[in-house]
Design a protein around this ligand. Structure first.
Ligand code: TNX
Length: 522
């Protein structure tokens, strides 16, 4: 009986390192000899000096302990898993060497070491994701991996304005992003339907502007302490928060909070009726400005700040200052999209003044691609989502483009006509479509040197809870992460579609309700 089982086992193709279901796929994998075995005696040994080395080691140990039931001590003394930091560079590259005796992750930067740990975790069977002790073969075939990202900015965006997303769910999202080596989380903090970040000098923004959301729910907002908590939680996972205050359009929640910011008309609830548009020749300040009404619909492009009103800039200054003070990352996103009721000249004037305010507080502006119709400050970034002409305007000014083509990476797009939530104004985006594109070839004339990276936004008009997030984001986020991390010659749909079912198992174990795309044999 045992002999038969052994014989069957022997017939099974020996797993090799290069068969591992790693997403994003590494730049280089070489098979070696021996098998590394995780046992009750395994520990994590740290080598090097850095403030965060222990944290990275603990991060690994915390992921290994529940399902193996092993102690996995972390120390600078001994251990068969070695995490070695060889420098203190700002580098995301790492190497892994695996033999029967030792599994060693080496990196010249903390982020690289963290990403090596993410890869290591993916080398173990999916049961490693369990929260209770499992009986599994905790073994990893010998060999080496060398890896580094194609693009420096790999991000996702949560629209916490259309529907508020709790701190807990944002942290859950950050955890998932880290697995796929994404390093920027853009928070779309304000829009017509809600203002989601406490601004101490303008308290009504959250009191009034934060009090509802699409569909009329109760909305919500982050206190400054909660925002700082999110920033720190993300930083622990090598993720930079990019705060966005969308302006001059998409500003109804602010205009509903403060009458004095209004250009003098009550802006309509979603109507693009020219009668209701801000008059172009209005005088500022207005005698009797009125606050607009809170808005819970999903029309876009009908609200605007008053670019001729000096108070607008005092307001923006306070908002940018308070948020920048809490944001260690280099970027401040100023929105700038769909300002359909802002006079063109006013728009350009507004964007240029806001860029100056952002730069005064030491941040680099990112804006949706329309901002490239203004004169961009050096280093500022245009986020391409719709208009290729705008991406080219940015490039011609010597500025970089962040690639978010709606037809490929908008996570709120439905997969097909049967998707239970989502929009489809840009396209239906099945998993293969989200995977099959190359950032440096997508817009003609915009090549790798013009591109900062890739970001996948989740707009939340139709997203109300964790299950909705899971359904739209997974598996597509893993596909887009691979597009952003893995160089084109290492990517193939065939390879990805063989690897992603293993991630499906991991998501199942974690309770992530991902979309079981019919393009994949799960
Ligand atoms: C366009 S993309 C928008 C958002 C919407 C989204 C819905 C962009 C810069 N603006 O306001 O939420 O479409 O897909």
């Amino acid at each position: 009986m045992f002999g038969v089982l052994l014989a069957l086992g022997a017939c099974k193709k020996q797993a090799t390192l290069s068969d591992a279901a790693i997403i994003p796929f590494p730049q280089e994998i070489n098979n070696g000899s021996g098998i590394f075995q995780l046992t009750a005696e395994t520990g994590v040994k740290l080598v090097g000096t850095s403030d965060h080395l222990t944290r990275i080691g603990e991060h690994l140990a915390e992921k290994l302990r529940p399902s193996t039931g092993y102690d996995i001590p972390v120390s600078f003394d001994e251990g068969q898993i070695v995490l070695e930091l060889t420098g203190n560079e700002n580098s995301e590259a790492y190497e892994i060497q695996i033999s029967a005796e030792e599994l060693k992750v080496t990196a010249a930067g903390e982020a690289g070491l963290f990403y090596g740990v993410q890869t290591l975790l993916q080398l173990l069977p999916p049961q490693i994701m369990n929260k209770t002790v499992q009986s599994a073969e905790w073994s990893i075939p010998g060999g080496t991996i060398k890896d580094a990202p194609a693009f420096e900015y790999r991000g996702s965006m949560l629209d916490v304005a259309r529907h508020f997303i709790s701190v807990e769910d944002v942290k859950y999202y950050i955890d998932q992003m880290a697995v796929y080596k994404l390093n920027h989380l853009h928070l779309h903090l304000t829009d017509d339907q809600g203002w989601r970040i406490e601004i101490k000098s303008w308290p009504k923004l959250t009191e009034i502007g934060g009090s509802t959301e699409v569909g009329g729910g109760k909305g919500g907002f982050y206190t400054q302490d909660q925002y700082k908590d999110i920033v720190a939680y993300a930083a622990d996972r090598f993720i930079t928060i990019v705060p966005e205050v969308d302006m001059p359009g998409h500003t109804n929640s602010a205009l509903a909070s403060y009458a004095e910011l209004n250009p003098g008309v009550n802006l309509p609830n979603g109507k693009l009726d020219s009668v209701n548009r801000a008059p172009l020749d209005y005088e500022m300040p207005l005698k009797n400005p009125q606050a607009s009404e809170l808005y819970t619909g999903i029309e876009v492009g009908w609200s605007t700040f008053a670019p001729k009103l000096e108070l607008t800039y005092a307001f923006v200054d306070s908002v940018v200052r308070e948020i920048s003070e809490m944001t260690p990352g280099p970027y401040f996103h100023i929105g700038g999209d769909e300002s359909h009721v802002t006079e063109k000249d006013d728009y350009v004037y507004f964007i240029e003044r806001v860029q100056d305010i952002v730069s005064k507080y030491g941040k680099t502006s990112i804006g949706w691609d329309e901002v490239a119709t203004a004169k961009l400050l050096p280093g500022n970034v245009a986020q391409f989502w719709a208009l290729e002409a705008n991406a080219k305007l940015a490039k011609d000014q010597g500025n970089k483009v962040l690639m978010s083509p709606a037809k490929k990476v908008y996570l709120d797009m439905q997969y097909d006509s049967l998707s239970r939530i989502g929009l489809h104004w840009a396209a239906y985006v099945e998993l293969d479509s989200a995977y099959l594109w190359e950032p440096s070839e997508y817009v003609s004339g915009i090549t790798a040197e013009n591109i900062l990276g890739v970001e996948a936004p989740l707009w939340t008009e139709t997203v109300t809870n964790r299950a909705d997030i899971d359904y739209l984001v997974f598996p597509r986020l893993s596909a887009i992460a691979e597009v952003a991390w893995t160089k084109k010659d290492r990517r193939s749909w065939e390879g990805y579609s063989r690897r992603v079912p293993v991630h499906g198992k991991r998501w199942d174990i974690q309770g992530v309700g991902f979309y079981k795309s019919p393009k994949i044999t799960w």
